[in-house]
Design a protein around this ligand. Structure first.
Ligand code: C2O
Ligand code: CU
Length: 475
């Protein structure tokens, strides 16, 4: 059933023992704690293979991949002093949190990068419950690929787990891919690989879930479990299948959706999905988490083993998560319209674009290491793409004229996906990162209710680094 592509994916050699939940850092210890960005090692390949040198976040002890899960309740603060023990400047972005602009961690737009040996106090409120993550936002193409990312879970203030139709427990599943040499080390000489960046990006050859190769998770037969799934990959879109587990989607990018069953969950880089699964009551005894790595190749990233005392399966429909109640309603009638044209990349290129104030053709752009543009501007950090008045609805038409898909992320806000290719979106999902296929047009809207300078960029971090980034201002 699974065609394990050994050449590309060095994982899947042997199943390892059942993996416990990610270590959960209690928020009970209150006062300002520390988040170190440091060098560490991780067992990304199966036991018996060499460990990998990584860059990682740590709270106590050594840095781990993924970084320690930070948990707070909606409305509570996250307070962490970042200590930079890396050989490069860094900054931490709290992806998807509708955050105070000064805490957004986007170097150099909202803060200076924190130098080696330096520190920075992050202290902010998490207004909305859901599944989020934090990651480096300086040289992120390299720093995220080296391991600088961790889950950030914002719990609802109302109970959900344990109620009728809800799950009885939850698991965080961080999916990632790594580009490793045969000795297990991260491929170092290709951080500026323009060929990859002008195509779909830097693709890994080793898949991990929670930083482990091919882990096995134990489920009790009949049990209903919430999976908080996060795609940490820098560039890989992950179409995920959970055969035999009857997955039901309950949230996207932290925001609840009316429960709907799923055949394939497509997670672009940085996207999250909360899924409810029902473990089979009798058979099969094991099942897989499969990721489509292209050309129909399904690779097993993890497996689930049904073991322990069976649970009476829930007969009830999956219970929706409580609504956010924190997002202002978009007002399309008085919206400010902002087109966003994405072009560049291999196959199509760009006729011309402005880079650092100079108009260039595609060859000149690539000779400067750039390959992509928003609205004819490459790596447009000098000027905002647009300015929105505080409280105004912004309606954006995102037009992908390139030959590749892009996962566009807007900082500081969540938006409603209104339509695709002119067809009204059936679910009107509220997200912070949206996947736009080649030649697709996506229309979205949000209320610009968060003052400051906010980045908008492709979350295929190779695309971002080579030009597909800009910012807007809410004032
Ligand atoms: Cu996940 Cu600009 O970030
Ligand atoms: Cu892109």
């Amino acid at each position: 059933m699974t065609s394990l592509s050994r050449r590309l994916f060095v994982t899947g050699l042997s199943a390892v023992g059942a993996v416990p939940l990610l270590p959960i850092n209690s928020h009970a210890n209150g006062t300002q704690s520390v988040l170190r960005a440091t060098t560490s090692t991780a067992q990304l390949t199966p036991e018996g293979y060499p460990r990998t040198d990584v860059w990682a976040y740590a709270q106590q002890g050594a840095g781990s991949v993924p970084g320690p899960a930070i948990r707070v309740k909606a409305g509570e603060r996250v307070s962490r002093t970042l200590l930079n023990e890396l050989p490069q400047p860094t900054a931490v972005h709290w992806h998807g949190i509708r955050i105070d602009n000064a805490m957004d961690g986007t170097a150099p737009l909202t803060q200076a990068p924190v130098p080696t040996g330096g520190e920075f106090d992050y202290d902010f409120v998490c207004p909305d419950p859901g599944t989020y993550w934090y990651h480096s936002h300086n040289r992120s193409r390299e720093q995220v690929a080296r391991g600088l990312a961790g889950p950030l879970i914002v719990e609802d203030t109302e109970p959900w787990l344990g109620l009728s139709g809800a799950a009885t427990r939850e698991l965080i599943l961080v999916l990632d891919d790594w580009l490793l040499n045969e000795d297990g080390s991260i491929v170092e000489d290709r951080w500026d690989d323009l060929h990859a960046a002008a195509h779909a990006g830097r693709m890994g050859n080793t898949g991990t879930v929670n930083g482990q190769s091919y882990p096995e998770f134990a489920l009790r037969p009949g049990e209903r479990v919430r999976l908080r799934m996060i795609n940490f990959a820098t560039d890989r879109i992950m179409p995920i299948r959970l055969p035999d587990l009857s997955p039901t989607l309950i949230a996207l990018d932290g925001h609840p959706v009316a429960p709907r069953s799923l055949e394939v969950l497509e997670l672009a880089p940085a996207q999250r999905a909360d899924i409810v699964v029902d473990a089979p009551a009798t058979s099969p005894e094991t099942t897989s988490l499969l990721v489509d790595i292209g050309r129909g190749n399904q690779v097993e990233f993890a497996s689930f083993r049904m073991e322990g005392k069976p649970v009476q399966p829930s007969e009830e429909n999956v219970r929706p998560l409580p609504p956010w109640k924190t997002l202002p309603k978009v007002d399309l009638a008085s919206a400010q319209n902002q087109p966003l044209l994405m072009n560049g990349g291999a196959m199509r290129g760009i006729d011309e674009a402005i880079y650092q104030g100079e108009t260039m053709d595609f060859r000149e752009l690539t000779s400067r290491g750039m390959a992509w543009a928003f609205n004819g501007v490459t790596h447009g950090m000098e000027e905002p793409l647009f300015v929105a008045r505080l409280g105004r609805t912004v309606r954006m038409e995102l037009v992908n004229r390139s030959a590749f898909p892009h996962g566009i992320h807007i900082h500081g806000h969540h938006f409603t996906v209104l339509s695709r290719n002119g067809v009204s979106a059936p679910y009107k999902d509220v997200r912070d990162t949206v996947l736009i296929l080649a030649d697709e047009t996506v229309e979205l809207a949000f209320v610009a209710d968060n003052p400051g300078k906010w980045m908008i960029h492709c979350h295929m971090l190779s695309h971002q680094a080579t030009g597909m980034m800009g910012w807007f201002e809410v004032a």
